[in-house]
Design a protein around this ligand. Sequence first.
Ligand code: CP
Length: 316
Amino acid sequence: MRKFDLEHVYESQQFDSELLDIIFTVADEMKNDLLLKKRRYSQVLKDKIMASLFYEPSTRTRFSFESAMARLGGSILTTENAKEFSSASKGETLYDSTRVMCGYADLIVMRHNKPGSAKMAAEASSVPVINAGDGSGQHPTQALLDLYTIKDSFSTINGLSIAMVGDLKYGRTVRSLSYLLTKYSNITIYFVSPSVCRMDDDIKNYLTENDIKWKDEDSLEKVLPLVDCIYMTRIQRERFPNPEDYESAAGKYIIDVEQAGMMKEKSIIMHPLPRVDEISREVDKDPRARYFQQAGNGLYIRMALLYLLLTNNPDI
Ligand code: CP
């Protein structure tokens, strides 16, 4: 079997179909191991240390990575808020912090506000660096767990149509997911967003070059009956340079029971979370709502990535 030959994970373009299959197979194995309490992998990383360096807030990504490392027997170095409590607050560059941290840990998981920062850190690091979100750039591990969730729901990704809804300009999850979808065939993507936060041309051009059909849409109601997957996102107040643009975009697209009623019976509703008001609480009871399961899958995907990056061994 092919070795897991990635040194770092900083963007979705690094993955090919074979690597995706390896990650999903290992994630399945980790999931079964945990659910059936077999504990075959509970000590596989017992001599390894993961540093989690988060310069921006996180609930799911940080805690699922830390949980994943603990579930594999490894140790964790962490700070509550790297922006405030690391020497970044004294002006230390990310390059210097990375050079230092790779002397203390076997792997670095990093979230930062600047697009491209994870790749820059990877270039400075002698240990694997995982991008846990770099501003409005990418969030490749989120895209992996998104794809894993879609695959779990439909068995295959080929032939599906997906609506990405909300903040597509500053949303790193939809950017990373778009790149990964090019590894599959006969995909259609609808970009449903307010005009102030449309998907950027770099992604649209990449999709076109890779034979993925895409379309901009204003109307959520129009696409609800058409697609297999609705991928909602939060309008990210913190990323908008102009508060008036944020106000014009916020609250425009909401899935409530009435909207869910327009969807196909076998379609699914996803969201990377956190949500604000994009999906009403009453929709949580709908069996097509997959966002909490999606967040749960982050644990298995991140266990698989830590295992593969630190052992390079896909044979499990
Ligand atoms: N989906 C996601 O990245 O969530 P957090 O910001 O809580 O990590």
